[in-house]
Design a protein around this ligand. Structure first.
Ligand code: GTP
Length: 737
């Protein structure tokens, strides 16, 4: 209760300021809970939100599918209030939730009981299951409840609710079982005799991650609330639940904080300003403070700190949207969330005709130019600064607000900024992967052919998301690559489901695929796969690993930030299998249509060998485990060089290998063989004549040769390996490789 969690998160100074504020103003018991109404269209969300707000039966005339989020408040009593977020069916909700939903809020999964057909198994997944999975993945631990509306239209609602409860229990069990089967399959691998000790840690990490997720409680209220916004039946039970939760979460706040929140709400209801700037916000805070507080906190710094304390608390609770992550964003408070959603909706509009209309209405430009701008937006996902201003025009944003919106879109990683013409500083445009509809361009078949070109190697990481990829992960990953690629914009090619990029010495392709799984004919689930592949030549291997590890790190960070509860599995695909079987990575044409695949992410009949992707998380191998030089490909029995499966810091370098096998090499390399090698090295200008003589004249010829060898560049090692292979001296090759 005291101090609130958010204050504690901000550290000891914030706690001190909180208690100081309490000495100057009264302590108020307060609870304001954010209630998020989620669900399919026509679920009855708006009617329920209005009914809760007014306390009277209220029905909307019809559903409003264009709404992103509408906010209402319901004041239960002096201490307890609710901020209700009523989410609509507009596509922007996909990115909207993390901005609008507070982890401390409540999510009500709403559906119309009258439409729910218990005979139709797909209904559970559509109306309830998918929503639970989504919320759970995005905000693990958030309190949830299921609410069935329209009971006045359904006499059998109570029997239906008992069946839905059972379906919900099955859903919980299914999730549990999925984790269990994944854990079992790892345990099976762990119990296999031949498992590489170096691989053990990666499998153990994978298992423990799965076990944590499995035990994550789905905090959902056991009963299903059945309500009618027409007759008010069941509304009281729902209200009681909400107020009980609110009472459990009462906190003690300084009166000035409560007053500041109230005054911000008044500004919101007045609806004059799109946003509150820093000065206006501080005026509100000063108005809310007592004389004694004002006398004690006279400096600008005192007021700035108090402003941040209060805004941070209110943003965490879901009263306002405020980001303190950049100096520009910090200065603006989004107290009317609809302003932000409307701008996002205008910019991220997938309706091509609406975009065209908007451009024609607001821009005084030729039809030809409008067409080009329109095509850029709807197919290439590119919005010029000029077009951005015009899309925002209907909202009468000030220039600061427009700048803030643009910065916010970049901060949220909805887009990245590109200067299209290096000579024209104003030729700025914003690239939104969300808007891309372009198919893969044919020129990419040349740059990235289906089969790995001779002389190249491919490192491949696959991340499999069972039951659909959480929305926006791929797009955000694509945007995040810009910070590594920024300077080489021309080397990046984007299409709807992928991005190709060229780095110095290597190429990368990130792509996504969807695969339908038909475990149960009634429940069609879709698995998603994000593949990060890097190609290059062997000498560039270490750079290739850096590129792969960086993209992997980006993806893991995004999952941690936005979808901490998402289930996924990651694998490093055996480079040998990739090389042998280009069909493992089907071209776009082959991607069409549903395809049945095993949940391990296999590829039809011949599944590639998959190594645990957790290898990429290892910073070092466990104590006592020596770095591997080779790993077996179980599929083919071929021995693969470990540096194709492990990042360089985890593998044994060839020099370490030579050192470790020194005694055996001294035994196997005969004098004539040594002389032949020396000749090759002289021809290749690796050894000088003097060096070769030094070796030949030494009583410990082989030992001296090996010492010389480990000091030579990698090229010498490569030449030696090739020569040994040509000569069929595989017993030496294996020790040296
Ligand atoms: N009889 C009856 N009709 C309801 C009830 N709740 C909503 N409706 C009607 O169902 C339709 C959809 O209701 P809304 O509240 O707009 O649904 P929504 O979930 O907000 O819909 P979207 O805007 O598409 O997200 C409207 O015609 C409402 O009048 C209810 O409990 N009983």
């Amino acid at each position: 209760m005291q101090p609130p969690e958010r204050v504690v998160d901000r550290g000891i100074d914030a706690i001190k300021r909180y208690f100081e504020a309490l000495t100057d103003t009264e302590a108020i018991l307060s609870s304001r809970i954010q209630v998020n109404l989620l669900g399919e269209t026509e679920a009855g969300k708006t009617s329920l939100s209005l009914t809760l707000q007014t306390g009277r039966p209220t029905l909307t005339e019809s559903a409003d599918r264009t709404r992103v989020v509408e906010q209402r408040t319901w004041q239960y009593d002096q201490d307890i209030g609710f901020n209700i977020n009523d989410f609509g069916g507009h596509g922007v909700y996909k990115i909207g939730h993390p901005i609008f939903i507070s982890k401390r809020g409540l999510a009500l999964i709403t559906f119309a009981l009258s439409k729910y057909d218990i005979e139709n198994k797909a209904h559970y997944q559509l109306y309830i299951g998918n929503w639970i999975d989504k919320v759970q993945a995005q905000m693990p631990g958030i309190k949830m409840a299921i609410v069935g509306t329209h009971i006045d239209r359904d006499e059998t609602y109570s029997e239906k609710c008992s069946i839905i409860k059972k379906q919900f229990e099955d859903h919980r069990q299914r999730k549990h079982k999925w984790y269990e089967s994944q854990i079992k399959s790892i345990e099976k691998i762990l119990n296999t005799d031949g498992i590489q000790t170096s691989m053990l840690q990666a499998y153990e990490d994978k298992k423990s991650k799965l076990m944590t997720s499995q035990h994550q409680v789905i905090d959902i209220h056991d009963d299903i609330f059945a309500v009618s916004s027409k007759t008010m039946e069941g509304i009281e039970e729902l209200q009681n639940y909400l107020t009980t939760v609110a009472r459990e979460r009462v906190v003690v706040l300084p009166e000035m904080w409560v007053d500041a929140a109230k005054n911000i709400r008044i500004k919101k209801n007045e609806g004059f300003d799109n946003t509150l700037d820093w000065d206006k916000t501080q005026d509100i805070i000063l108005q809310s403070a007592s004389v004694s507080w004002r006398e004690k906190n006279t400096s600008k710094e005192d007021l700035d700190l108090a402003t941040c304390d209060i805004l941070s608390f209110l943003a965490h609770r879901g009263d306002i949207i405020w980001f303190d992550s950049s100096p520009t964003l910090k200065k603006v408070v989004f107290h009317r969330q609809e302003v932000l959603t409307n701008v996002l909706k205008a910019v991220l509009n997938h309706d091509s005709d609406a975009v065209r209309l908007n451009l024609q209405e607001t821009m005084r430009i030729s039809e030809l130019k409008a067409k080009k701008i329109h095509d850029d937006i709807v197919s290439r996902g590119i919005i010029s600064r000029e077009a951005m201003d015009c899309l925002c025009e209907p909202f009468s944003l000030s220039s600061t607000e427009a700048d803030v919106m643009v910065e916010l879109m970049q901060k949220l990683e909805l887009c990245y900024q590109v200067q299209e013409n290096p000579l024209v500083p104003s030729s700025i445009s914003f690239h939104f992967p969300w808007l891309l509809t372009l198919e893969k361009q044919p020129e990419l078949d040349e740059k990235w052919p289906g089969k790995v070109p001779t002389g190249s190697i491919q490192l491949t990481l696959q991340i499999n998301f069972p039951y659909r990829c959480p929305e926006g992960i791929y797009e955000k990953l694509s945007v995040r690559q810009h910070k590594h690629l920024g300077l080489w914009k021309t080397k990046r090619i984007d299409w709807q489901d992928g991005v190709y990029a060229e780095f110095q010495g290597s190429q990368m392709q990130i792509s996504r695929q969807e695969r339908h799984q038909q475990h149960d004919p009634d429940i069609s689930a879709t698995d998603s796969i994000i593949t990060i592949a890097v190609r290059g030549s062997r000498p560039k291997l270490s750079e290739m690993w850096s590129v792969l590890s960086r993209a992997h790190g980006d993806l893991m960070d995004i999952i941690k930030e936005d979808w901490p509860g998402a289930s996924y599995d990651k694998f490093l695909v055996c480079p040998h299998c990739v090389n042998e079987n280009p069909a493992l990575f089907p071209s776009e044409a082959q991607n069409e249509g549903p395809e049945e695949v095993p949940s391990t992410g296999g590829f039809g009949e011949m599944a590639p060998m998959l190594f645990p992707g957790e290898i990429l998380d290892l910073t070092r191998l466990p104590d006592g485990v020596s770095k591997p030089r080779h790993v077996p490909c179980v599929n083919t029995g071929v021995s693969i060089l470990a540096d194709l499966v492990y990042p360089p810091h985890l593998t044994m370098s060839w020099q370490e290998g030579v050192h470790n096998n020194r005694d055996k090499l001294k035994q196997y390399i005969t004098e004539p063989c040594l002389f032949d090698i020396i000749n090759v090295f002289i021809q290749e200008r690796i050894f000088s004549y003097r060096e070769s003589e030094e070796i030949k004249e030494s009583p410990e010829k082989i030992a001296v040769f090996l010492d010389f060898l480990t000091k030579t560049p990698d090229r010498a090692h490569q030449i030696l390996c090739e020569w040994l292979e040509e000569q069929g001296k595989t017993h030496i090759l294996e020790l040296i490789q």
